[in-house]
Ligand binder design. Structure first.
Ligand code: MN
Length: 503
């Protein structure tokens, strides 16, 4: 072996600073929740990890299956270089160590959807070593979660139990698809952090294009390891909750499981290390099987595959094509656009949001764009169940609307009407303002005339306002009404104050 390889057994490292705000109360006092996650992310590749069969989602059962995926005797696996590149790319996105020498092992177990009788995985020598992912904590601050490793492995097929009351069918379309198993360190401390970790990881792989992140299609599944301990005490026994497939369910599973363990321990019981399932209908976890240890799988190097050796040039070539990552973009949005950390976080969570924002904010007030986008546009889309990518208002058109507010062509109130018309017609703001005569009146003469007319109509209100300066608001409202909302509110204010003698 020319390049020294480092064996890496999963290590559970020292924990970070205690965060008492996240402890949970039990009858015997505080408990700390400890969570580590193993996320299986399917590589967005056309072909499988060791065969040329299609890795596309769906399709007629057993139509995307080569002899390799069916586990036929004598078939030999051939590694898909594209999948290797995606694992490296994901590792680089996590700032992780890339191992130039890694190895595939057989993980032996029997299951009807696993015709080979073993899964080809990486056990002691994964392709990606330690890295880090920034996530949001409960108090909206940013914390770092350590990444232990990423290894490449094959997916299994699928057992179909609900087609026939007396039989189970097997669909091998998924068999052999490439998975990246991304293992975190147990740095997560609450249900929300667990959900935020899953969200941040999904956002990252989507930025990188290494996984499509479609949880409904099973492209990302989380195995969530939960244990509890008294703050500062010994680490408790953990339970692993398998295949949780949404951020909401991750939070629910952690919350339920932690509470279950605390109750058992406070009753004087002990936690059995086991694999559990999360039931989405009840929000509870239940026993699936007692946990296997690594030795149960009889791991050994796959004799059909040579060690995977890549070069530093190969890694550097991939590094050169990395896009700006969410954590860097977030920092740039705060520095360049003056957004709050929270607003920047919302925008970078999805690459489509941040692309739209940057397009709309070109040459105009970025904070105003952010607020129109996240309040008005998101509000409209959520209320009507419309996907962001199907927004009836383009980025250019939202930017155009903000420009009209900024340069005083329309005021904020009229802008809301214009926005509603933009949604309806798809037209840009200038066209609508021009067509419907919505331009703000800054003509002081006209505004003054409107005010004089109103004052002549209600002299008693004039006297009242001279006594009670709070009446100014009522007067502004009257003037805006009489000018069809088009008067410039600042000018209206100035003239009214002067005429009513209000300081
Ligand atoms: Mn796995």
């Amino acid at each position: 072996m020319s390049i020294a390889a480092e064996a890496s057994e999963p290590v559970f490292t020292a924990f970070k600073t205690a965060r008492p705000d996240q402890w949970v109360k039990g009858v015997t006092g505080d408990w700390e929740i400890i969570v580590g996650m193993e996320v299986h992310a399917q590589v967005a590749a056309k072909a499988k990890l060791f065969s040329g069969a299609s890795a596309a989602y769906g399709g007629e059962p057993n139509s995307h299956v080569s002899f390799v995926d069916a586990g036929m005797p004598g078939m030999l696996p051939v590694i898909n270089k594209y999948c290797v590149e995606q694992a490296v790319r994901t590792g680089l996105g996590l700032g992780a160590k890339i191992n130039l020498w890694s190895r595939f092992d057989r993980k032996n177990y029997f299951y009807p959807d696993l015709p080979q009788g073993y899964q080809i995985s990486q056990y002691l020598y994964p392709i990606v070593g330690q890295g880090v992912l920034e996530i949001e904590s409960d108090d909206k601050s940013t914390i770092e979660v350590g990444i232990e490793r990423i290894h490449l492995e094959q997916d299994a097929g699928k057992s179909v139990h609900d087609l026939d009351p007396n039989a189970t069918y097997v669909d091998l379309n998924r068999s052999g698809c490439a998975l990246m198993e991304i293992v975190s360190k147990p740095d997560i401390r609450s249900p929300e952090e667990a959900a935020n970790y899953f969200k941040a990881l999904r956002s990252l792989v989507r930025y990188l294009g290494t996984c499509d992140g479609n949880m409904d299609e099973g492209s990302m599944r989380a195995d969530v390891n939960v244990s509890v301990r008294k703050p500062g005490g010994e680490l408790g026994t953990r339970c692993e909750i398998k295949n949780v497939n949404s951020t909401k369910f991750v939070a629910m599973a952690v919350a339920y499981e932690a509470r279950r363990q605390i109750e058992i321990l406070e009753d004087g019981g002990t936690i059995d290390q086991e694999t559990r399932l999360f039931d989405v209908k009840t929000g509870q976890t239940r026993t699936m099987r007692s946990k296997e240890d690594a030795h149960d799988y009889r791991y050994f190097p796959d004799p059909d595959l040579l060690p995977l050796v890549i070069t530093q040039e190969f890694v550097d070539g991939i590094k050169a094509t990395l896009p700006e990552l969410p954590s860097d973009k977030r920092k740039r949005f705060i520095a360049d656009y003056g957004l709050s950390a929270y607003d920047a976080g919302v925008l970078v969570a999805d690459k489509e949001f941040s692309d739209y924002f940057e397009e709309a904010a070109k040459g105009t007030d970025a904070k105003m764009v952010n607020s129109w986008m996240t309040v008005e546009l998101f509000g409209y889309l959520n209320k009507n169940g419309i996907e962001f990518t199907a927004s009836p208002v383009s980025a250019q058109n939202l930017g155009g609307l903000v420009k009209l507010i900024q340069d005083g062509t329309i005021n904020g109130k009229i802008a809301k009407d214009v926005f509603a018309k933009m949604i309806e017609s798809g037209d840009d703001a200038s066209t609508i303002v021009e067509r419907d005569g919505l331009k703000q009146t800054t003509d002081t003469g006209a505004i003054e005339a409107a005010i004089d007319a109103l004052m002549a109509q209600s002299p008693e209100k004039v006297d009242e306002a001279r006594e009670k300066p709070k009446m100014l608001g009522w007067w502004v409202g009257q003037v805006m009404k009489s000018t069809g909302g088009k008067a410039n509110p600042a000018i209206v204010n100035d003239i009214l104050k002067r005429k009513l003698g209000i300081e």
